[in-house]
Design a protein around this ligand. Structure first.
Ligand SMILES: Nc1ncnc2c1ncn2[C@@H]1O[C@H](COP(=O)(O)OP(=O)(O)OP(=O)(O)O)[C@@H](O)[C@H]1O
Ligand SMILES: [Mg+2]
Length: 508
């Protein structure tokens, strides 16, 4: 191995933002033809380091070597020309375009001013065959689930000729089956000579698939280990310096008060099948109802219907005994409904606004935040500081814009905001998506405390351990219907998985 070439070598990288040293003296050695994982707490500096390698940031100090050559990337185009591709933590596809258009646009396969879509189609078909992944090139991206979208992002990178792929939390949004498929594709790529760098908070998966692991803590490299040398808790300790917690069962009682009752919810789909098909359930005070499902099986539309954001929904919704089927979103939020959204960038945050304005979102009707017709900005800022402290959002202050937070810290802020409004019903979509293991445990605790105080939770999560650990009852949603109901005691990730993919079905 001593003579094996390094596909990427970063030496002494330093990167600062106003008030923050994101990277300090970071070293990274990525052997050619390997899968290299980068792990570390939220805000540790992982994405920043990868963006620096990809030419999006200029480091204040340090050097970048690719295949043994010293490089200076001024822009991502420079990095792409050197064979580096990056799939970001938050996807960047244009919804209104097809898969093919998304992949081709910006990649300049232009011949005399004409975009050669046919050539691109041929080339992409070859690429898909070689990595054994398929996507419908003519489908509009808006119709794809997350797993497929991610495949498109990867194809886009490969189409640009990348031999070194950077994937920033590629599995955060995937369910276990999709994760397996992704890693099959990646292994195939590595077999064909590519090099993969990936960031993940899922330590089991890191240990299972990587050849080498670099641990970053507080902006600097603290260890480089091999999966055989460490276990999950050792890796966690290297990251945060404390032990790994896990979700555990409840010790408190639920009440009989029904907080949320939905009956016969049906939402039209794009084809002939409804996206949501006659779904009914109720959630009591102090109860967590978990919904398991591969994304795209109607969970999103169901939540939209409950929130009043889906105008073609049939069926009824009752909140605390009051029929809110006709109520406007704002009214629903003011009556005690709260929502941790599926996509924090599209639905949850104003990225260019400061954190304090973000903590006000959806709560601007709350009298504690108004002064006559005006926003009481001092009260909001105080509240924002409280959320930041309670949820350990790592930031210099409540005045920084939301885009300056790391992905996991954005998520912590969102969860904090929604719980701070003291709702009676919380719809929580992937509440710990992208947060590190320590922060995940903290969020679980907060949700448990709120539940014990009477909160009813509709929990949607791709993290089956979380779903089983937090839920009092679990429903499996498949193709718009609830196809199975399980208790957390009988549910295992494998069993849930077989219901989620439709491989197994419960007698009706
Ligand atoms: N554009 C920016 N402007 C200002 N600060 C930034 C910017 N991007 C990142 N930071 C800061 O740099 C630090 C490292 O952030 P980074 O996004 O690299 O963390 P991360 O390790 O990827 O975390 P996560 O696991 O939450 O995604 C954080 O303190 C973050 O707030
Ligand atoms: Mg990140």
């Amino acid at each position: 191995m001593g003579t094996q070439t390094l596909a990427v070598q970063l030496v002494g990288i330093e990167k600062r933002f106003p008030g923050v040293i994101a990277n300090h003296d970071v070293n990274l050695n990525v052997r050619e033809g390997t899968i290299h994982a980068i792990v570390g707490e939220n805000g540790a500096g992982k994405s920043t380091l990868m963006k620096t390698l990809y030419g999006m940031h200029q480091p204040e100090a340090g050097t970048i070597h690719v295949n043994g050559e010293l490089r200076h990337f001024r822009t991502p185009s420079d990095a792409i020309a050197a064979g580096i591709g990056m799939v970001h933590q938050h996807f960047m596809l244009a919804d209104n375009l097809t898969v093919l258009e998304n992949i081709v646009l910006g990649a300049e396969p232009v011949s005399r001013g004409v975009i050669r879509f046919d050539d691109a189609r041929k080339q992409l078909t070859e690429i898909m065959k070689s990595i054994r992944a398929h996507v419908d090139l003519d489908a509009p991206v808006s119709q794809l689930g997350v797993g497929q979208r991610q495949r498109v992002e990867i194809l886009k990178v490969l189409f640009r000729g990348a031999r070194i792929l950077i994937l920033d939390e590629p599995t955060a949004v995937l369910v276990p089956q999709e994760v397996d498929e992704l890693f099959d594709n990646l292994r195939q790529l590595v077999t064909d000579g590519a090099t993969i760098i990936f960031i993940s908070h899922k330590l089991d998966e890191v240990l299972a698939v990587s050849d080498d692991i670099t641990v970053i803590r507080a902006g600097t490299t603290v260890a480089e280990v091999k999966p055989g040398e460490v276990d999950r808790s050792k890796l966690g300790e290297l990251m945060v310096g404390s032990e790994l917690p896990s979700p555990h069962g409840r010790t408190t009682e639920m009440s009989d008060t029904v907080r949320l009752r939905v009956s016969g919810i049906t939402v039209k789909g794009v084809g002939s099948r409804p996206a949501v098909d006659q779904v009914s359930f109720e959630i009591r005070s102090g109860e967590v109802l978990g919904i398991a499902g591969v994304e795209g099986n109607g969970q999103f539309e169901l939540c939209q219907a409950i929130l009043g954001l889906e105008h073609h929904a049939e069926g009824t919704v009752e909140l605390n005994g009051v029929d809110i089927t006709r109520a406007h979103v704002q009214q629903r939020l003011e009556s005690g409904l709260s929502y941790i959204p599926f996509d924090r960038h599209r639905e949850g945050l104003l990225l260019s606004s400061p954190l304090w304005e973000n903590t006000l979102l959806g709560r601007d009707g709350d009298p504690q935040f108004t002064k006559g017709p005006f926003v009481n900005s001092e009260a909001v800022k105080n509240d924002a500081r409280q959320v930041i402290a309670d949820f350990d959002v790592r930031t210099p202050s409540e005045l920084v814009p939301a885009f300056a937070l790391s992905g996991g810290n954005q998520q912590k802020l969102l969860v904090g905001r929604e719980l701070a409004s003291r709702p009676s019903v919380l719809i929580a979509a992937h509440p710990t998506r992208g947060v590190d293991i320590g922060a995940q445990a903290a969020i679980w605790d907060k949700m448990r405390v709120a539940r014990d105080a009477g909160l009813a939770v509709l929990l949607i999560s791709a993290d089956l351990e979380e779903l089983i650990g937090l839920s009092d009852r679990i429903l499996v949603m498949f193709d718009g219907q609830m196809t199975a109901r399980l208790t957390p005691a009988e549910a295992t990730p494998e069993l849930l998985g077989s219901y989620m993919t439709g491989a197994k079905q419960e007698a009706a």
